[in-house]
Design a protein around this ligand. Structure first.
Ligand SMILES: [Zn+2]
Length: 467
């Protein structure tokens, strides 16, 4: 007898070449059978999702859970079943999963933060090894170089990548060092400094905003860099938005470089007046917390919140990420038919831009991706990136992680994690999620009574992902 039966869907499973109106049976948290017309009488519970699409659960390969407590809920609502946090703090996220988890799995790459968890921006090999020892034993899955925000020297960045490869530890990099920024120059530098090591290079689209060269030249260079360096694994996101802060100094000048750049780029004065004008014209929205979610305030409320708080608010500029690189990078292919950029992520979570489905389905409708390719980029390949052999597909015995979405409204309708429904029609359950951690964390997570699964990365096979 099955525990659960999903009927009425078009089921897409790229690994098993399924794209048909088949049902999915679940038993003991695993996929029991995927086939047409499975009998309702064999299941304790059945859900009909007529005209919906079911695919292996979405694995968001880049998001942030450490900014506020709302990331899990926002991801769950967006149809995500497993996700990779790209900064930490590991202890905050672990505790938060216990309080505000929604039953979705998560792994954490803990960022190196000079002056905070490492002494300087030029840590020695010994310091890097000590950092890795510490984070891997306290719940993290790997390490993040947060070059765009907290840059290390080029030499130290290269050391981190090299040491992680020697130790078989997952390492990701938001390009940028003390010499190059988070742009196409920084991306080129990161690719060169990685040499022939494995590296997860974060959000490729973010280096193609036209900061150095015309957008189309930067995008072409980014694609060629990845084609020529198959040891680099990557993702990109689909939102036009960013996240920033609006604090200003006593002269009304924004403290955040991101805010200053955006104001300049859109032709506003770089001061309080420019911020207000950007809000009035719809370029800039204040992020507010409402019903346990981060959302974007409308123009009137944004203006009021900005004034009331004297700028001490989080906010988001629209149209920061141009359309061309987002669409091109999401769909570009290698000569062997594989995608240039392996996965589609959100870079969201706590930041309200969790548009994998909304924008991803638009790409399907535009003919840039098939629904099966979309499932590969949002589940099968991210599962390979995280060495999760039981996820990313619907083979018999695989984890019953499933996302059901409505191709018309472009929203998630239901998600199942390990066979348990965690989101249904916009309602999420409250349940601690399972942290996917490096094996060194076993004792720490058992002692702390955290739901966990320890997984060893496999960097040598990841380096062969594009072979
Ligand atoms: Zn990010």
């Amino acid at each position: 007898m099955w525990d659960y039966l999903i009927k009425g869907v078009r089921t897409i499973d790229p690994k098993n070449h399924i794209d048909d109106d088949w049902d999915i049976a679940i038993e003991n948290g695993k996929v029991a059978e995927v086939a047409p017309d499975l009998p309702v009488g064999n299941a304790r519970q059945t859900s009909e999702f007529n005209a919906m699409i079911a695919q292996p659960g979405i694995i968001d390969s880049h998001l942030h859970l450490g900014i506020n407590p709302y990331g899990f809920k926002m991801e769950a609502l967006a149809g995500v079943t497993t996700c990779l946090d790209m900064a930490g703090e590991t202890d905050f996220i672990l505790e938060n999963s216990r309080k505000d988890g929604c039953g979705i799995n998560f792994a954490i790459l803990q960022a190196l933060l000079p002056g905070k968890n490492i002494a300087s921006n030029d840590p020695s090999a010994d310091e890097i090894n000590a950092f890795i020892d510490k984070v891997l034993a306290s719940g993290a899955y790997g390490v993040k170089i947060l070059g765009g925000h907290f840059p290390l020297t080029p030499e130290a960045s290269a050391r981190v990548v090299e040491i992680c490869n020697q130790r078989n530890v997952y390492v990701a990099w938001h390009a940028g060092t003390t010499t190059d920024g988070s742009n196409i120059n920084g991306m080129r530098q990161a690719v060169e400094l990685a040499a022939d090591n494995f590296l997860h290079l974060a959000h490729i689209n973010a280096y193609c905003r036209g900061a150095i060269k015309p957008v189309e030249e930067e995008t072409l260079e980014a694609i060629n860099l990845l084609k020529n360096h198959p040891n680099i694994v990557s993702e990109s996101y689909l939102s036009a938005r960013n996240g920033t802060k609006l604090n200003v100094d006593q002269n009304g000048i924004p403290l955040s470089g991101v805010t200053r750049n955006c104001l300049k780029r859109f032709g506003f004065s770089v001061d309080t007046k420019g911020i207000e004008e950007a809000i009035k014209q719809g370029y800039l929205s204040v992020i507010l917390e409402e019903n346990g979610l981060s959302t974007l305030a409308d123009r009137k409320d944004s203006l009021e919140l900005f004034r009331q708080s004297h700028g001490d608010v989080s906010a988001s500029f629209d149209r920061v990420n141009p359309f061309l690189p987002r669409a091109w990078i999401a769909s570009a292919k290698r000569d062997n038919g594989q995608f240039v950029v392996d996965a589609i992520s959100t870079d969201g979570g706590c930041i309200p831009r969790n548009v994998i489905l909304e924008s991803g389905i638009s790409l399907i409708k535009l003919g840039a991706l098939s629904a099966s390719e979309f499932a590969a980029k949002t589940s099968l390949i991210p599962a390979q990136m995280l060495s999760l052999a039981n996820k990313g597909h619907l083979s018999t015995g695989a984890d019953a992680d499933i996302t059901v979405y409505d191709p018309v409204t472009q929203k998630a309708v239901a998600t199942f994690v390990g066979g348990t429904p965690v989101m249904l029609n916009g309602k999420v359950i409250c349940k601690e999620g399972c942290v996917i951690a490096y094996p060194n964390s076993e004792a720490f997570l058992t002692q702390g009574n955290f739901a966990h699964q320890c997984v060893e990365a496999n960097l040598s096979s990841l380096k062969q992902l594009h072979a």
